[in-house]
Design a protein around this ligand. Structure first.
Ligand code: FAD
Length: 397
């Protein structure tokens, strides 16, 4: 490839990944013409929804106008991408525009498939059903926890990839703590029904979580999927993945994590890998078939846990490599799969899991991060949000 002086760079998605990359590119490639395509006029700091669902913060702390996070000198096209034509270096939008590019970055996030569970959408916000997985439903979680007076509290996790694999259980630990503090714990049965085979992929952190679950007297059911909700009857239908057997469980509170997938417009595009995610080399983050396309974040087909923390490690690598490509050089930066999950285990305690592609811990602090710590809870509550808005989205962290 030959060097380019004024490359046109289009970024699909103005969420965590898209804005982090836009801010870094703006500083690194001063002559580039950079456009972010993003349909929403709001930007969300989603990790705080765990604490919003537990009544720690109002949901408004997670939301800012999209316009306020678009870096200076970057154009915002308020539209949604409908399809890609990578052979012509062009994409089309839902609004009917054709947009050409020299380089493309795809950061369109993950799709929540609420409708894959019959009855779920209809009962969200009613009958004790909530979900931390969207801005529109996170308040319902807190309402359900606050109003719970005993009975069965059911927390589910699907068998698909999800964003922040720990979030479906973090809210359960907070709810259990809340029930204890408000005197209803003795009247409550708590069940975690998970499509996964165990609590957490990394043995070091799993060992702690298994102790947490035992201490809190939570019943776990693995390889078990939520397949239907009959809201008015307060019934959840659970299916055992091994036997296909179905069981109807009465609930008084249900926190549902919907099944997720790559967004449809990506799944149906030439950029997709066989699982629907944007195909990307796991080290360079470049598309293996289209050399001018890069991907990061939840939409990227990378074999690591989908988190904002992963993006913090991916964005500098992607920008470095994209800059190399612009200059016609070979790619020099490598991503090793770093991701992190701050596993809240109660109001005031947290296990900070950090690991790489090989599931080896990659810890930041000089102490054993698999222990529950108050200091790490304070990090999640106060420091990480500030780092996000003031550092990461500005391209400094
Ligand atoms: P997003 O930030 O979701 O952005 C995707 C953007 O693409 C959106 O703005 C969307 O509107 C846009 N888009 C969609 N379709 C189109 C289209 N057709 N055209 C153009 N744009 C489009 N991460 C952590 O690191 N730590 C945590 O503790 C943590 N906790 C979490 C708790 C919860 C409850 C949730 C829901 C998430 C949590 N996460 C956590 C995960 C983290 O928020 C995501 O991994 C991260 O936001 C992914 O960034 P992204 O840019 O890939 O996607």
């Amino acid at each position: 490839m030959t060097a380019m002086t004024h490359p046109r760079i289009v970024i699909v998605g103005g969420g965590t990944g898209g804005i982090s990359v836009a801010a870094r590119l703006r500083r690194k490639l001063k002559q580039a013409d950079i456009t972010v395509i993003e349909p929403s006029d709001k930007h969300y700091y989603q990790p705080i929804w765990t604490l919003v669902g537990a009544g720690v913060f109002p949901k408004e702390v997670s939301e800012r106008p999209e316009a306020s996070v678009i870096p200076k000198g970057v154009q915002w096209l308020r539209d949604a991408v409908a399809s890609f034509d990578p052979d012509r270096n062009e994409l089309t939008t839902v609004g009917g525009r054709h947009v050409g590019y020299d380089f493309l970055v795809v950061a369109a996030g993950i799709q929540l498939n609420w409708d894959k569970i019959p009855g779920l959408r209809e009962t969200l916000g009613r009958n004790g059903v909530g979900s931390n997985y969207s801005f529109g439903t996170v308040d319902e979680t807190w309402k359900a926890i606050r109003e719970f007076r005993g009975g069965t509290a059911l927390f589910t996790m699907p068998n698909t990839p999800v964003k922040c694999g720990g979030a479906p259980q973090k809210i359960m630990y907070l709810a259990e703590d809340y029930f204890r503090r408000t005197g209803v714990r003795d009247q409550a049965k708590i069940i975690f029904a998970s499509g996964a085979g165990n609590l957490f992929a990394v043995p070091k952190y799993r060992a702690t979580l298994e102790k947490v679950v035992a201490r809190k007297n939570i019943e776990t059911r693995f390889k078990t999927n939520l397949v239907e909700v009959r809201g008015d009857a307060h019934e959840a239908v659970l299916e055992n993945a091994a036997t296909g057997e179905r069981e109807s469980v009465h609930f008084d509170l249900l926190h549902a994590t919907p099944p997720m997938s790559a967004p449809d417009f990506i799944r149906q595009s030439p950029l997709a890998n066989p699982d629907g995610w944007v195909e990307a080399d796991r080290s360079s983050l470049r598309h293996p078939r289209f050399a001018n396309i890069f991907a990061l974040g939840d939409a990227a087909g990378l074999p690591t846990s989908k988190t904002g923390a992963a993006i913090r490690a991916q964005a500098p690598v992607l920008v470095e490599n994209l800059a190399c490509a612009v200059q016609g050089k070979s790619l020099s930066a490598t991503y090793k799969g770093y991701t992190s999950c701050p596993l809240v285990t109660g109001y005031g305690s947290l296990v900070l899991a950090e690991f790489d592609y090989e599931l080896n811990p990659q810890e930041t602090f000089p102490f054993d991060q698999s222990k529950e710590r108050h200091s790490m809870y304070l990090l999640k509550k106060y420091l990480l949000p500030a780092m996000y808005w003031n550092g990461m989205l500005k391209g400094y962290l």
